[in-house]
Write a protein that binds this ligand. Structure first.
Ligand code: SAM
Length: 255
C-alpha cells in the first residue's frame, strides 16, 4: 500500500488530509487513485490506513480505517556526522543511512573536505538531501524522516554532541588499539543517542582526531581495511544498530 508522510495536524480524528503538493500529484496523476481506494498516512509515529473520500487540486482527503503504532523506528537515536564528500556521494549516504535507521545527518566541513558549501550553495543541496531522506523513509516504511541538518564544522558538531550527552564514536583508521565492536560490547551506560563522525575522502587530520578525543569521543577502528567515506558511515551505522538497536532482530515490515 502506498505511504505518505503527513503533518500530525492533518491526521486528527477520523479524517486525514494529504496536502504535500508532490504527494497530491503522485496520488492524483500517477497512481490515479479513486474514492474508496486505500493508502497509508504516517504521522508522528502512527500509521493510518485510510480510504480516499475526495480528490481535489490541492489535497486528498481520506477517512481513517485503522490507526496503529508499529515498532519500526530504532530504539536508539544514531546521528551520522558526515565529512562532506566530493560529488554526489552524499545522496547515496542519505538514502542508505535512512533505510538503515539513522535519526539525523549532519554534513560537516573538515580540514580535508574538498567541497565547501558556503551559505548560498548549501540550500539547494540541503533541499535535495531532505527530499532523498523523505523518499527513502517512505520507501523503507519508516515512521519518521531523519533530519538533515544545516552544514556546520566539525568542532561545532563535536561540541553539540558532547553537550547532548551522546556517545561520540570517531572512526579513525589510524586507531590500531580499539575497535568499534569493543566499545559497543562494553555496554556503555545508556545514552540518549550515538553520534558517528566520518571523515571525507581525505580522512580526518591528526589535529581533528585530537579535537575529537578532547571532546570525549572514542576513536575506534572499523577493521583492517580502508573504507570509502560513503561506505564507512553506513558500515558503522549498521554495526551500531545491530549491536545496540534493532538491526538483525525480527521486525514487522510494512504491508
Ligand atoms: N585515510 C584514508 C585513506 O588512506 O584512504 C582516507 C579516509 S577514509 C576514505 C574516510 C573515513 O572513513 C575516515 O576518515 C574514517 O572516518 C572512516 N574509515 C574508513 N576506514 C576506516 C577504518 N578501517 N577504521 C576506522 N575508520 C575508517
Amino acid at each position: 500500500m502506498n505511504r505518505f508522510f503527513v503533518d500530525p495536524s492533518d491526521a486528527q480524528g477520523d479524517l486525514v488530509r494529504i496536502a504535500d503538493p508532490g504527494d497530491v500529484a503522485h496520488l492524483v496523476r500517477v497512481l490515479r487513485v479513486r474514492p474508496g481506494e486505500r493508502a497509508i498516512a504516517v504521522a508522528a509515529g502512527e500509521e493510518l490506513v485510510f480510504e480516499v473520500l475526495r480528490l481535489e487540486a490541492a489535497e486528498v482527503v481520506g477517512r481513517v480505517v485503522s490507526r496503529t503504532r508499529p515498532r519500526r523506528e530504532p530504539p536508539l537515536r544514531v546521528i551520522l556526522v558526515q565529512g562532506l564528500p566530493k560529488t554526489d556521494k552524499m545522496d547515496l549516504v542519505v538514502q542508505k543511512a535512512t533505510e538503515l535507521g539513522v535519526s539525523g545527518i549532519v554534513p560537516v566541513h573538515t580540514e580535508r573536505s574538498v567541497k565547501r558549501l558556503e551559505d548560498g550553495r548549501a540550500e539547494p543541496k540541503l533541499r535535495r538531501w531532505r527530499r532523498i531522506a523523505r523518499e527513502s523513509a517512505r520507501q523503507s516504511g519508516r515512521l519518521a524522516i531523519p533530519d538533515v541538518r544545516e552544514v556546520t564544522d566539525l568542532e561545532t558538531a563535536l561540541q553539540a554532541a558532547a553537550q547532548a550527552g551522546s556517545l561520540l564514536l570517531f572512526p579513525w583508521e589510524q586507531e590500531g588499539g580499539r575497535g568499534l565492536r569493543e566499545i559497543l560490547q562494553a555496554a556503555p551506560e545508556p545514552r540518549p543517542s550515538v553520534h558517528l563522525f566520518i571523515g571525507p575522502e581525505g580522512g580526518f587530520s591528526p589535529a581533528e582526531a585530537e579535537l575529537a578525543q578532547r571532546a570525549g569521543a572514542w576513536r575506534v577502528s572499523l577493521g583492517p581495511r580502508i573504507l570509502r567515506t560513503e561506505t564507512a558511515g553506513l558500515a558503522a551505522l549498521a554495526m551500531v544498530l545491530y549491536e545496540l538497536g534493532d538491526l538483525g532482530r525480527p521486525g514487522e515490515v510494512p504491508g
